[in-house]
Design a protein around this ligand. Structure first.
Ligand SMILES: [Zn+2]
Length: 151
């Protein structure tokens, strides 16, 4: 056992910041997954809690050309309802797959759209709410690399 403090902590050893789980949101996505997913086209449901407290839901639209995940459809669906600020998001798979974490593309999109977003992840009995930044450490921030017009 070394008598010095470690200089760094491996990412996997770092405790994830967690918030209470919005079970109503998980149930909304789960209900949609059980009742509206169909065949290969719609296999994932997502739900979000908007900044003003509403729940908005959506399904993915799978297509081999790159059809959007449920999380991406959800961004547009929320905007169509006037909700541009999202607090928490969760995705649930069909066939009783439970909560499914966002794919890499969705993590990047969610981070760029909603830097303060929280995501519900984990197994059914061990769900937790984590900041989107915890799911994409050392990430590329699109807005930081855009040219700014100087007047
Ligand atoms: Zn995705």
């Amino acid at each position: 056992m070394p008598d010095y403090a470690p200089l760094c902590v491996r990412w996997s050893d770092a405790p994830l910041q967690t918030d209470p789980v919005d079970h109503e949101l998980v149930e909304a996505a789960g209900h949609l997954a059980r009742t509206r997913c169909r065949g290969d086209n719609h296999t994932m449901a997502a739900a979000t809690r908007t900044r003003d407290g509403r729940i908005v839901t959506a399904l993915n639209a799978y297509h081999f050309t790159g059809g959007p995940c449920a999380e991406l459809v959800l961004i547009g669906t929320a905007a169509a309802q006037g909700a541009y600020e999202l607090d928490v998001i969760v995705a649930v798979g069909d066939r009783e797959r439970g909560v499914v974490p966002p794919c890499g593309r969705c993590r990047q999109v969610l981070l760029d759209y909603f830097p303060d977003l929280k995501v519900i992840v984990g197994e059914n009995d061990h769900l937790r709410t984590v900041p989107i930044t915890d799911l994409l450490p050392e990430s590329y921030i699109w807005a930081d690399h855009q040219l700014r017009v100087v007047p």
